[in-house]
Design a protein around this ligand. Structure first.
Ligand code: NI
Length: 318
């Protein structure tokens, strides 16, 4: 080892090892997605602009996932000019509402915000339809001139066509929560496509309209799911945890303590306590100046064009 050439070679090898170990090549995408992850995070610490255009969407996305630091899935914290594409760089917030955080990058295009200062919120209900609970929620919405979005399980639709039709006729939005509520990350691509195909047909047969949105069961998705679903993935930013609480006051408090302008609120139209909570939540949020809109309305008003394979969890004003 006294030979200077050997020393140089040794140093070079050390250097190469260091670069490989520290991921200098960055040859694999950042993918920290836990399978049962729920909401996307809802705080942004910083954002940077991307020079890529959304017309090269899939390429852009995979490129950003390879070259950026972990970012939130949420696409709602951009404060940019219209028609500019952005890549968010964020650090994750700590939140009691989130069981885990999702990190990834996505580019989104955002147009003007036309809300004119109106505070907006999107109530969403998963896992129904349910005869009495869904109808009670609809009664409350109807009484206050409010709307919500229902992500229904396809194999339940046949049994509850009437309530689904009522929701649709009231102006509520109906999205898919797949056919049989399986975590899509555990299915093959043909299986996940079949889950979607069957559910959207069941829904469309009742509403007479195509389905525009989906929410993955258990909030479970990964890059394969995103690339193979022909729908935007609607996540949430406020989790009522009603499935756990089964208690109207706790549901109510969970929502009221976390709600913000542009939030997407997660609830489930399966539990009587949820319907009880909604009876109080809707008038109280209206009293605080919120307007209840569907997810598609929220996104449109806030300037988003929903794109398939992208995730959305809120739409703050800008
Ligand atoms: Ni569900």
């Amino acid at each position: 080892m006294n030979c200077p050439v050997s020393k140089k070679v040794f140093s070079l090898l050390l250097c190469i090892c260091f670069l490989v170990l520290t991921g200098c090549g960055n040859t694999s995408p950042v993918d920290n997605h836990p399978e049962n992850d729920g909401a996307a995070s809802s705080e942004l610490s910083s954002a940077t602009t991307s020079t890529t255009e959304s017309t090269t969407e899939s390429t852009t996305e995979s490129t950003t996932e390879l070259t950026t630091e972990p970012t939130t899935e949420d696409s709602s914290f951009l404060t940019s000019e219209s028609s500019t594409t952005f890549t968010e760089l964020t650090s994750e917030k700590t939140s009691t509402e989130l069981t885990s955080e999702k990190t990834s990058a996505q580019t989104v295009t955002r147009g003007p915000d036309t809300s004119g200062g109106q505070k907006l919120v999107a109530l969403t209900f998963d896992d129904g339809p349910h005869s009495s609970v869904t109808n009670r929620i609809l009664d409350t919405l109807e009484k206050h001139g409010a709307k919500a979005t229902f992500f229904v399980v396809g194999n339940r639709v046949g049994s509850y066509k009437k309530v689904l039709k009522r929701a649709h006729d009231m102006g509520c939005e109906i999205g898919s929560h797949t056919w049989s509520h399986q975590n899509l990350t555990k299915l093959t691509v043909p299986q996940m496509k079949e889950e979607m195909k069957k559910s959207v047909k069941a829904i469309s047969d009742v509403t007479g309209e195509p389905v525009k949105l989906m929410r993955p069961p258990e909030g479970g998705y990964n890059d394969v799911v995103k690339k193979n679903l022909d729908y935007p993935l609607i996540m949430w930013s406020v989790d009522s945890k009603d499935w756990k609480h089964r208690n109207a006051k706790k549901d109510y408090d969970a929502v009221m303590s976390a709600v913000f302008d542009g939030a997407i609120i997660l609830m489930h139209d399966l539990y009587p306590a949820t319907a009880d909570a909604v009876e109080k939540l809707v008038p109280d949020l209206i009293a605080k100046g919120y307007k209840f809109v569907t997810v598609s309305e929220l996104m449109e008003i806030r300037g988003y064009t929903l794109q398939k394979g992208k995730t959305y969890s809120s739409a703050r004003p800008h």
